[in-house]
Design a protein around this ligand. Structure first.
Ligand code: GTP
Ligand code: SPV
Ligand code: MN
Length: 601
């Protein structure tokens, strides 16, 4: 099978970057005895190593060569068709008690789970190469920065981790030789890429992740959802910081005033697009820059919240990306990019639904099958992805390496809601903002296996990523608030509200600048708003809608509150809290009572 490449034998000087830390060596030794690889490859993250691994991957069909004139130094990867998204139903949090994992996580007893996984991993790397990847999450000089190691038998994982993290020597140096230092242990094996033997298991108390049976990004690039969010959120709570599923962007006014905002939207709900926003022509002199597109690690400093992006690259949704919707993403993925599950044209270019220009007459679809512009099936998988270095982004923020982090003026929550939820509104205060986050919902997307378009509650966009009890997570937000003398303001947005005809009421993408400007205005203490039962709402003239072709009825609808819909919404909040049992903090129950009360005024 194409995913299961045989062992490789590198020339001298490649694959021998052994760390000096005894604890790491002991752990690698133990995993090697279990998995019985043909050989061990110690990654150093160098260009030479990368070139060698790309060449081997092309030979073994792990990667497909693209037309180097069209997409220089880029390749295509096809994952197994049974393996194209995160698998939440096979994702486990293995805390000593079920209670610690809480009502929203699949729990599995640690000792039994280790035993089961050991059984699956026994001899799993026979005839294969075992790669050891040292990596660093966060800027080199940040107190938030953490080290991880991922053991894997997939070259695709090695090549992707080199883009997504600061990989190799830099991580070994930061870790040093102290055998008691904190670092994450990650073990990944493709096994036989069989959904029946696919488990993504987290052991927060051991700072350990074991992922088997998948080759898809979110399940196997262990730095990302597994470490930076699930284990990260657990560490953050015990250590007093925050690990969140948030983009971070900088926004600078023509007068040179700069703010940073962090925004939590669920998977495939617009984080990468918002983080790379280009203001429309009307906003002359405004500049938006990207710090991160998916994950924020935040600490308290001087009573405020400061964020770093722990990642080094973007693993972004491809379909819908075009020079019209997201020019910065298009420029980022024009070179040095790994594409996963997009279509391949006859001239060796990549294609996907929503790319600029007409569809090709013929292409190979994401599975590698013949496809024509008449085909009913999609050419690119709806969850096809790009893996690209953040340094490709023309809008990269200058403070990306700032170890203290960037000061956050506003936190924005948002989901994909066809109805009920207005374009934007502001929470009355921090605790009310937590209520907005805790009750947010979104229509499900192709980023996770399962039904698409079903409204589900996804608190802080962390439902699949919180590595401990969600009630304790809410309490952690409340506790952080008590320590903030200068807390960010909290907002909720919804780019996805639809009209009676079923089309989006709001143009979205670059035009979201109009909402962002209102948010910044509110942070600076000007900017009008009216008090509503759900929070501060802009009235139509509070938003700058100049030079925007939008019907005023659509604007009214976007900013309107339908009381009947909200009665259903509040009932759904109650149903959600009830489903969590007794873990929801009293303060959030109180917030709901107050919300109900405000509707009765
Ligand atoms: P993950 O990588 O899964 O965490 O996703 P994400 O939150 O970064 O979402 P992304 O920006 O990749 O957008 C996902 C999908 O939403 C794409 O198909 C976009 O075209 C679409 N999208 C993003 N922003 C907007 C918007 O403002 N309006 C509309 N209508 N669609 C949008
Ligand atoms: C998400 O699903 O939120 C992603 C993609 O960012 S994955 O890395 O697959 O989780
Ligand atoms: Mn994400």
């Amino acid at each position: 099978m194409k995913n299961l490449a045989p062992a490789i034998f590198p020339p001298k000087g490649i694959g021998d970057a052994k760390p000096g830390n005894e604890a790491v060596l002991d752990w690698v030794h133990e995993i090697a005895i279990l998995t019985e690889p043909e050989n061990i490859f110690w990654c150093d993250g160098s260009d030479r190593e990368n070139e060698f691994l790309i060449a081997e991957s092309l030979k073994q069909n792990v990667l497909i060569e693209l037309n180097q004139d069209k997409v220089p130094r880029s390749c295509l990867h096809r994952s197994n068709p049974n393996d194209v998204a995160r698998v939440e139903q096979f994702t486990f949090v293995c805390t000593p008690t079920k209670d610690e994992a809480g009502p929203t996580n699949n729990w599995s007893e640690p000792r039994e789970t280790y035993a089961k996984l050991r059984g699956l991993l026994k001899g799993a790397m026979r005839g294969r190469t075992m790669f050891v990847i040292p990596y660093m999450m966060g800027p080199p000089d940040s107190p938030l920065t953490k080290i991880g190691f991922e053991i894997t038998d997939s070259k695709y994982v090695v090549l992707s981790m080199r883009i997504m993290t600061r990989m190799g020597e830099i991580a070994l140096k930061r870790l040093g030789n102290d055998s008691h230092a904190e670092w994450n242990r990650g073990v990944h094996s493709l096994l036989d890429v069989n959904p029946e033997r696919r488990f993504i298991c987290h052991f927060p108390q051991d700072n350990t992740i074991i992922s088997v049976g998948s080759g898809y990004g979110g399940n196997v690039l262990l730095s990302k959802k597994c470490f930076a969010l699930r284990i990260g959120s657990y560490l953050a709570r015990t250590q007093g910081w925050m690990a969140e599923h948030m983009l971070i962007l900088g926004v600078e006014s023509p007068e040179g005033r700069k703010h940073y905002v962090a925004a939590a939207f669920p998977s495939a709900c617009g984080k990468t697009n918002f983080a790379m926003l280009i203001p429309p022509a009307h906003f002359k002199g405004w500049k938006v820059t990207t710090v991160g597109d998916d994950i924020a690690w935040m600490q308290i400093r001087d009573g405020g919240l400061y964020a770093v992006n722990p990642e080094n690259g973007y693993f972004g949704v491809v379909p819908g990306t075009s020079y019209k919707s997201n020019p910065n993403a298009m420029r980022s993925i024009a070179h040095d990019t790994i594409y996963t599950n997009v279509a391949l044209t006859d001239d060796g270019d990549v294609w996907w639904e929503g790319k600029n220009g007409p569809p090709p007459a013929h292409a190979f679809d994401w599975r590698g099958d013949n496809w024509t512009s008449q085909s009913k099936e999609k050419a690119a998988h709806p969850n096809s992805r790009f893996t690209t270095p953040m340094r490709n982004n023309p809008a990269l923020d200058a403070d990306i390496e700032n170890g203290e982090g960037v000061p956050i003026s506003a936190i924005i929550f948002g989901g994909r809601r066809s109805d009920t939820v207005p374009l934007v509104y502001q929470a009355f205060d921090w605790n009310h903002g937590i209520y907005l986050g805790a009750t947010m919902a979104s229509e499900t997307t192709a980023a996770a296996a399962g039904a698409v378009g079903r409204v589900r509650r996804d608190p802080m966009a962390m439902l699949p990523f919180c590595g401990y009890n969600i009630g304790d997570y809410f309490q952690h937000w409340l506790d952080i608030g008590k320590r903030l003398t200068n807390p960010p303001l909290i907002f909720n947005v919804n780019w996805f509200r639809k009209g009676a005809d079923g089309t989006f009421l709001w143009p979205g993408f670059g035009e979201n600048m109009r909402v962002l400007e209102w948010i910044i205005d509110r942070c600076e203490g000007h900017g009008g708003a009216v008090k509503s039962p759900i929070g501060w709402l802009p009235s139509p003239h509070d938003l700058d809608l100049a030079e925007l072709d939008i019907d005023h009825n659509a604007v009214d609808e976007l900013l309107g509150l339908d009381h009947e819909e909200w009665q259903k919404e509040i009932a759904a909040h109650k149903e959600f809290f009830d489903s969590l049992g007794s873990v929801v903090p009293e303060e959030l129950q109180k917030q709901r009572d107050q919300l109900v009360g405000r509707f009765k005024l």
